[in-house]
Ligand binder design. Structure first.
Ligand SMILES: Cc1cc2nc3c(=O)[nH]c(=O)nc-3n(C[C@H](O)[C@H](O)[C@H](O)COP(=O)(O)OP(=O)(O)OC[C@H]3O[C@@H](n4cnc5c(N)ncnc54)[C@H](O)[C@@H]3O)c2cc1C
Length: 278
């Protein structure tokens, strides 16, 4: 396999589409807690307020509101004619998470929490039990990426696994995907289900600390890319996402309009979301 720039044939309209949704805030209840891997906890949420939930984009995100660690009180905004407003009192801790799987018939919503050293979301997931409550805002919009590329590149760390899982699940038979996923070690590898032809490369961080090394970029540099037009999706620590995008566009001939790179977290900062787009 050789590196090739996007093919010279006329490109069909493969531009992603943005879709907006009515903004809603929900109080949901934990229905199940599953330790999927040493550093990944799956929380299944349910409840009457889940009705009407929608998440058509594989990298959608919801704003998650955590109960007060001392009192257990859960506060979410209400939506009025002038938009969202908060009740009196302190605002809760909020973080972004990907709706990994929504099953409208079963009335369930799954979120996967990647566990790291410290942080209120990580702590909450580690202690979560059936009956606990969690607030969910949005998704307020979705980014719909067409699937008819010659192939798809998905690159990310643990925080990107739910979106990668969704993308692989939605790709049709005949599609081709290359995945680079950085995790601690072999025990953190999770299974994916896909009809696409999948070239999956796990990048083991080993003893390296998350956020320090450049495992994904090193692995991508060594990767021989298939020929043809491709869409690249990247999500991981912010500085790495930026570097991966620059490498793809600058050195691998990726069409900048078909590279979506996001910083899902930053070392030493809380609750960040950076988007690197054309
Ligand atoms: C659009 C979007 C979707 C996301 N989807 C998911 C998802 O589905 N699952 C998921 O697990 N995460 C997801 N994330 C990332 C998650 O929101 C952050 O990791 C968040 O900061 C975790 O909150 P916390 O309270 O545990 O840590 P924080 O209080 O935010 O951070 C505490 C410290 O931990 C560090 N830190 C934060 N995250 C990580 C990490 N992953 N690894 C190592 N150190 C970290 C920070 O640098 C900070 O110093 C998503 C982020 C975005 C922007």
């Amino acid at each position: 396999m050789t590196d090739l720039s996007p093919s010279s044939s006329p490109t069909p309209d493969r531009l992603p589409r943005r879709v907006r949704h009515e903004l809603r805030f929900r109080k949901l209840e934990v229905r199940a807690v599953q330790r999927v891997a040493p550093h990944l906890i799956r929380i299944t949420l349910g409840g009457e307020e889940l009705a009407g939930f929608t998440s058509p984009g594989f990298d959608d995100h919801a704003k998650i509101f955590f109960p007060d660690a001392k009192t257990g009180a859960l506060t979410v905004p209400t939506v009025g004619p002038d938009g969202p407003s908060w009740p009196e009192g302190p605002k809760p801790t909020m973080r972004d998470y990907t709706p990994r799987r929504h099953d409208a018939a079963a009335g369930t919503l799954e979120l996967d929490f990647a566990l790291h050293e410290a942080g209120p979301a990580t702590r909450w997931a580690e202690e979560a039990k059936v009956g606990d409550r969690l607030g969910v805002g949005g998704p307020r919009g979705s980014f719909i990426v067409p699937t008819d590329f010659d192939w798809h590149l998905l690159v990310g760390d643990e925080t990107a696994l739910p979106a990668i899982w969704r993308r692989l699940a939605e790709l049709p038979a005949g599609a081709r995907a290359v995945v680079l996923a950085e995790i601690d070690g072999a025990a953190d590898e999770i299974p994916f289900e896909t009809r696409a032809s999948l070239d999956l490369r796990w990048v083991h961080r080993g003893d390296g600390e998350p956020g320090i090394g450049s495992g994904l970029l090193d692995a991508l540099r060594k990767l021989s890319l298939p020929a043809g037009d491709f869409h690249a999706w990247v999500a991981c620590k912010s500085v790495a996402a930026k570097a991966l995008r620059a490498h793809l566009v600058g050195e691998r001939g990726a069409n900048p309009k078909w590279v979506r790179a996001s910083g899902y977290w930053r070392r030493g900062a809380v609750a960040t979301h950076d988007t690197y787009e054309d």
